[in-house]
Design a protein around this ligand. Structure first.
Ligand SMILES: *Cc1c(COP(=O)(O)O)cnc(C)c1O
Length: 455
């Protein structure tokens, strides 16, 4: 009996033999069989494929490193965890246990922080969309309301008018930091005087207690000088408040935006080699504030709302090869059981992917697709990897930021998320979705309950 192999048309392949770069060769190909001592194959066997895996150890380490970078340079530092970056309660609670407050941008996140047990006075409420009811709740809980626009300011004034209540507020300031396009859709502009205008309006209302100045100048910022500029402009507003009203501002909030070690699409160099270190950001920000001329007893607290830099490298996505095929132009294509439905940020990042088992040394440039029946579902347009066969397992690195919040239930269900704790034990943080999960929210009108095909 002869077994006929499937026909593949021959093609000519460019081999990059021995081409060294400054990162050495083939570093991408080292198999990653274990995550923090736990076998990838075991994770997949127990929790399914694909599956997100989070490291408690790495989160705590990242947090402590980030705090140290600022606290060694400045006496009063407070972090507030950016919920939208990853709002799994277990993840948020790791940050809270380490000392972090909560930074939220919606009432959903706000209520989640309360439910996690965060004291209302330690929640920073950001974002352009806070309803009257949302603001009422934030006032009642003594939260820090970061006003985004004049309509929000007027709503607050209206709410407090004739009551004994006060609201603790800050304004979000947007400014030219030399990075374009400017994020001027959020907050009040510094250069055209709008921010100052908002501040004098707040000072005219004694029911509004102005406690801080906030900015968030962008995300994955590669320039530390942009932060020096932002800090300088916030300090300038603070000093003017002191001069005109005698008000010593309690805090300056420099937002988030520090880059993680992921590699941006189209970047020639690896992310890890070009991004500033947290120490560099810290140096730029703290030296600007310390140089500005605040009196020692009136130094404002420095608040930071870092998201991606604290969690990106603390999570992986493990998954499996669905199929390997050849495209019409001869390129190898590998289809995975995860796609842009789970890795939304694959639109910006070239995620590093490692095989999770030993392999031959033959490698090939290939495109990595997800399982969706949709052309945009591409995880890597071009990556050099060993040949991967159906059933082989892979690890996608540094997926902790924004994927577990921006993922979409499209065609496929969302998979499990597990945590590896400090002792190397695994815990489910979120169950996988099922048909039942979907149907729980659906309603079918009586006349549409029959699916009988007529005709
Ligand atoms: C998203 C966001 C953050 C976190 O940003 P990263 O780039 O993830 O550090 C912080 N503050 C505000 C207001 C945000 O919207």
């Amino acid at each position: 009996m002869s077994i006929q192999l499937p026909y593949e048309r021959p093609f000519i392949q460019k081999l990059n033999t021995g081409s060294m770069n400054k990162f050495g060769t083939k570093t991408e190909f080292a198999p990653v069989t274990h995550l923090e001592g736990v076998a990838v194959s075991k994770i997949i066997k127990e929790y399914g494929s694909p599956c997100f895996v989070i490291s408690e150890r790495q989160i705590r380490k990242n947090y402590q490193t980030a705090v140290r970078a600022f606290k060694t340079r400045y006496p009063k530092v407070q972090y507030a965890w950016s919920y939208k970056t990853n709002y799994l309660s277990a993840v948020c609670n790791i940050f809270h246990q380490e000392g972090s407050w909560a930074e939220v941008v919606s009432i959903f996140e706000y209520k989640k922080a309360l439910q996690n047990g965060v004291d209302g006075s330690k929640i920073l409420f950001n974002g352009p969309d806070k309803s009257t009811e949302d603001l009422e709740l934030a006032i009642k809980n003594n939260s820090l309301i970061h006003i985004d626009h004049f309509d929000e300011l007027y709503t607050l004034v209206g709410l407090l008018e004739g009551t004994e209540q006060k609201a603790r507020v800050a304004i979000r300031v947007n400014m030219d930091t030399g990075i374009y396009p400017m994020w001027d859709r959020f907050g009040f502009n510094y250069e055209n005087g709008q921010a100052w205008n908002a501040l004098i309006k707040i000072m005219a209302h004694k029911e509004l207690e102005l406690v801080g100045l906030h900015c968030h100048i962008g995300t994955y910022m590669l320039s530390t000088s942009a932060y020096a500029t932002a800090a300088y402009k916030l300090c300038d507003l603070a000093i003017n408040l002191k001069a005109k009203y005698g008000l010593a501002i309690q805090y300056l909030d420099l937002g988030g935006g520090f880059a993680s070690t992921n590699t941006l699409k189209g970047s020639y160099l690896q992310g890890a080699d070009i991004i500033p270190q947290i120490d560099d950001y810290a140096e730029a920000i703290t030296s600007t504030i310390l140089n500005f001329g605040f009196s020692q007893d009136e130094l404002p607290t420095l608040i930071l709302e870092s998201g991606r830099v604290l969690i990106d490298d603390a999570a992986w996505l493990v998954g499996s090869v669905v199929a390997s095929k050849r495209l019409s132009d001869g390129r190898r294509a590998t289809i995975m059981d995860f796609g842009v439905n789970l890795l939304f940020n694959a639109f910006w990042y070239d995620y590093k992917i490692s095989p999770a088992q030993e392999f031959t040394h033959h490698t090939e440039d290939m495109v990595i697709y997800g399982p969706l029946c949709m052309n945009i579902d591409c995880i890597r347009e071009n990556i050099n990897l060993p040949l991967l066969n159906k059933g082989d397992q892979v690890v996608v690195h540094k997926v902790g930021a924004y994927n577990m919040t921006q993922w979409m239930q499209f065609i496929q269900m969302r998979p499990r998320i597990v945590l590896i704790d400090m002792q190397g034990q695994t815990h489910v943080l979120r169950e996988n979705e099922s048909l039942d999960t979907m149907m729980e929210l659906e309603r079918i009108p009586t006349h549409l309950q029959s699916s009988k095909i007529n005709g």
